[in-house]
Design a protein around this ligand. Structure first.
Ligand SMILES: [Mn+2]
Length: 303
């Protein structure tokens, strides 16, 4: 088998595993959710796999937001932004069929075996209330909160994804993720991400006393662009927007209606080919933007 064929097989197996794992981790049952059968081909063999499908009942909507960076630049300074976010959650819970949070909710988050970081109780409490009321919440980790483990699942019944996922929402195909490290370029950050997600470095970090570890991580998160992976929030033009390039590459393989990402801290809506759209959700630092999908149309709005 050629290197190329091996690489292709490897990629497809990883993709299959990812999809199977993501369905597996979603244990809760809701009446408006179902698992769809989906055909998948590996070297000509047709395999049936499962895909998340959410129906949107009449009058209900699906909401998306990302990049709150609670705790930045300091806990006190991010409190007004937290209050505003909770007001938004209170507003959307009235007609939400599901809520997608696309990462960097916290400027830094790390789960120890028996301990989670201090703070953010109003946000966590509001998410608990919404989740308990039966509205499913999906969380995609960002580059600032990628050290999530099972706390959100166990405490809030929120499904946590560590990689982008495909969802069918009503009749439309969505490709959803935080967006860090995707597309060409950003090599320095991609290398850093390998270090951060490496089990040995996580194990080492866990054994630093949290007063030291969390303080160090918070410092680096605010100070260092390479560590945080955050670019300046200026539009670089379609050709230089990595996530646009990434979406175009994905479109060449398969049709999607919407690509939804965070990470850029810049609200963007870009038409791609065949009516596909790239949406960037902006942030809750400068823009307070979110997307809402009613089953037919998706709108980027400001709160
Ligand atoms: Mn961010």
């Amino acid at each position: 088998m050629s290197d190329f064929a091996l690489a292709k097989l490897y990629r497809e197996l990883i993709l299959l595993l990812k999809i199977l794992c993501s369905i597996h981790s979603d244990k809760s049952e809701h009446s408006n959710r179902q698992i769809l059968k989906h055909n998948f081909t590996i070297f000509g063999f047709r395999i049936e796999i499962l895909k998340m499908h959410i129906n949107i009942p009449e009058g209900k909507k699906i909401y998306f937001s990302s990049d709150n960076h609670l705790g930045a630049p300091t806990y006190e300074e991010s409190r007004p932004r937290e209050t505003k976010f909770i007001q938004w959650l209170d507003e959307i819970k009235k007609d939400a069929a599901a809520i997608f949070l696309l990462g960097d909710l916290f400027d830094f988050w790390f789960e120890y075996k028996h301990v989670v970081p201090k703070g953010f109780v109003r946000t966590l409490g509001k998410l608990a209330e919404i989740s308990d009321s039966g509205i499913p919440i999906y969380f995609f980790v960002g580059n600032h909160d990628l050290w999530m483990k099972d706390y959100f699942k166990e405490e809030l019944n929120i499904t946590v994804y560590h990689e982008p996922q495909v969802f069918q929402l009503a009749k439309k195909q969505f490709f959803i993720g935080h967006g860090d490290g995707l597309g060409p370029g950003d090599k320095g950050y991609k290398r850093m991400k390998k270090v951060f997600t490496n089990p040995f470095s996580k194990w080492l970090f866990r054994w630093l006393h949290p007063d030291l570890g969390v303080a160090l991580a918070k410092h680096l998160s605010v100070k260092n662009k390479l560590i945080s992976g955050d670019d300046d929030a200026k539009f670089l033009g379609e050709e230089n927007e990595w996530l646009v390039q990434y979406s175009k590459r994905k479109l060449a393989e398969k049709h999607y209606d919407y690509f939804i990402f965070g990470h850029r801290h810049l609200p963007l809506e870009i038409e791609l080919e065949n009516k596909a759209k790239y949406i960037n959700l902006g942030d809750w630092i400068s823009y307070y933007t979110y997307a809402v999908f009613d089953g037919e149309n998706l709108e980027l709005k400001e709160f």
